[in-house]
Design a protein around this ligand. Structure first.
Ligand SMILES: [Zn+2]
Length: 496
């Protein structure tokens, strides 16, 4: 502590400058000079310590060279030290000069440096005043606009918190489609983080193998009350009546006349933060919903219902077909060919979904691999033909093979036993590995149908027989429609 001194206590006292303003200059220059030379103390080891860092001092449009601006506003004089050039009391040029003097170095005064004189004259030149005023006005406007934008975002966050509070409910929701329930279970299981659940847009993995289905499924999950929109969702997860820039244009740039942000009922499911709703806290709700869905998705009671069984097979076929299309597109890309043309996608998907009733995903991948290789060979043969035509050629081959695979059960296809370079979507993994406990690559639709039918076969205790309406496992509370659904769960846009 001994080497830190207050001004006026020992030999370091001679380095404390006396600051005197220059008469007649703009008060702002004096203020800047006073802040520049506002000394806290001088430490014998580390030198002078200043009240304001140079970046903290607002130069109010007077330029960037702070020591010159300070010299235009005031003199900082060391009365006990003489300038080696003019022999007058030393008038400091810069903070650095003072530090040099403290450590025994030499420095001459501001008035003995002709370049400083020129620079000060430039600062004080009346011709520059207009330019300076404009620059300052521009800076002030930018600062005000940036503050207004921050306030706008804060206001958006407040509105989201008010419109989408966390609402937990005791009971599980009313009937939801098996497909939606599977999507929710996959979402809970595969979200990179659970506290809070990572928005889909930040996932590395697909939720559904067809990206276009993902926002629809999440919208359905919210509409049925399985998931809620969390108040921590970012503003860009919602559609606003006006963006900040639109509001600023509408107000002709007048920040005072700026409208307040207003939420519409639309949002972007892939960007929203979701939470599970059925529990006493978001953490228990997550565990409850996970447990309930995992138990209920292929529960024997549910699989007794023909319609539910059909839906399970339909979802399995859909996922297998979309995985096969995705795999095929990746193979085309590997051969530098464009993906399946949009107008052929549905047809190919339908053919693959039919094939999936009889064949395994590994077999569909094998067909896709061959079709893409075939397209690549054609591209080699017909080097002048458009590449899109070659992809279409591959699509036709894949589709034809899919039809044959469905129609000719005896047609032998060696399926891919393992998958390289591609990860199955979260829903596909959840359906096969969690719900059905079957190998996703080596299980055919026929086998799934056989297993779920067999599982549902044992006779049921009549007291616990499922109702024809919407059966639920006996140890789980009967469904009740939640009374606090979000106002509007319409899905607006896709994952960007
Ligand atoms: Zn001098």
């Amino acid at each position: 502590m001994s080497d830190v001194v207050e001004s006026g206590t020992d030999e370091l006292d001679m380095f404390v400058p006396l600051v005197t303003s220059i008469p007649g200059v703009a008060p702002e220059l004096v203020r800047i000079a006073e802040q520049y030379w506002d000394l806290v103390d001088i430490d014998a080891d580390i030198g002078p310590r200043w009240q304001y860092g140079v970046r903290e001092i607002d130069t109010a449009g007077w330029g960037r060279r702070l020591h010159v601006i300070a010299a235009a506003g005031a003199r900082a004089t060391l009365t006990d030290i003489a300038c080696p050039e003019c022999d007058q009391p030393l008038r400091l040029r810069t903070r650095t000069d003072l530090a040099t003097l403290v450590t025994g170095g030499r420095a001459s005064c501001v008035d003995c440096d002709p370049r400083m004189g020129e620079a000060i004259d430039l600062i004080l030149d009346p011709a520059r005043a207009v330019k300076r005023a404009r620059a300052y006005e521009r800076e002030s406007l930018q600062r005000a606009q940036s503050e207004a934008r921050c306030q706008w975002i804060d206001r958006c966050d407040e509105i989201i918190a008010t419109c989408h509070p966390v609402t937990l409910v005791e009971d599980f929701p009313g009937p939801a489609a098996l497909r939606t329930e599977l999507a929710v279970l996959a979402f809970l299981r595969y979200a990179p983080s659970q506290g809070p659940l990572t928005p889909l847009v930040h996932w590395q993995q697909h939720l559904h193998p067809d990206i276009a289905q993902e926002t629809v499924l999440l919208g359905d999950a919210v509409a049925t009350g399985l998931l809620g929109i969390h108040p921590d969702s970012p503003p860009d997860a919602f559609v606003w009546k006006q963006s900040y820039d639109e509001a600023l244009r509408a107000a002709n740039g007048d920040l005072v006349a700026l409208a307040h942000p207003a939420l519409t009922s639309h949002y972007y499911p892939a960007r929203a933060v979701f939470y599970a709703r059925h529990g006493t806290s978001t953490a228990t709700a997550l565990a409850n919903t996970d447990e309930w869905l995992a138990c209920w998705l292929a529960h024997p009671d549910r699989m007794k219902i023909e319609q539910e069984r059909a839906e399970l097979l339909d979802v399995a076929g859909e996922l297998m077909a979309d995985e096969a299309v995705r795999f095929f597109n990746m193979q085309l890309e590997r051969h530098h060919l464009p993906p399946t043309p949009a107008n052929h996608r549905r047809r190919l998907h339908d053919a693959l979904q039919k094939a999936a009733l009889h064949r395994t995903l590994g077999q569909l991948f094998s067909l896709g691999y061959r079709a893409a290789r075939n397209a690549a060979a054609s591209a080699q043969e017909h080097q002048r033909a458009p590449l899109a035509n070659m992809s279409t050629h591959g699509v036709n081959r894949f589709e034809g093979d899919a039809h044959r695979a469905a129609a000719e059960p005896d047609w032998r296809i060696n399926g891919f036993p393992t998958l390289y370079g591609m990860e199955l979507a979260a829903m596909t993994r959840t359906l096969f590995l969690t719900v059905l406990d079957l190998n996703p690559l080596s299980t055919s639709g026929t086998e799934i149908a056989r297993i779920v039918t067999a599982d549902s076969a044992p006779p049921v205790d009549q007291d616990h027989a499922p109702s024809q309406q919407q059966p639920r496992p006996g140890d789980i509370p009967a469904p009740r429609a939640p009374d606090d659904q979000p106002a509007n769960a319409s899905t607006t846009a896709n994952r960007s």
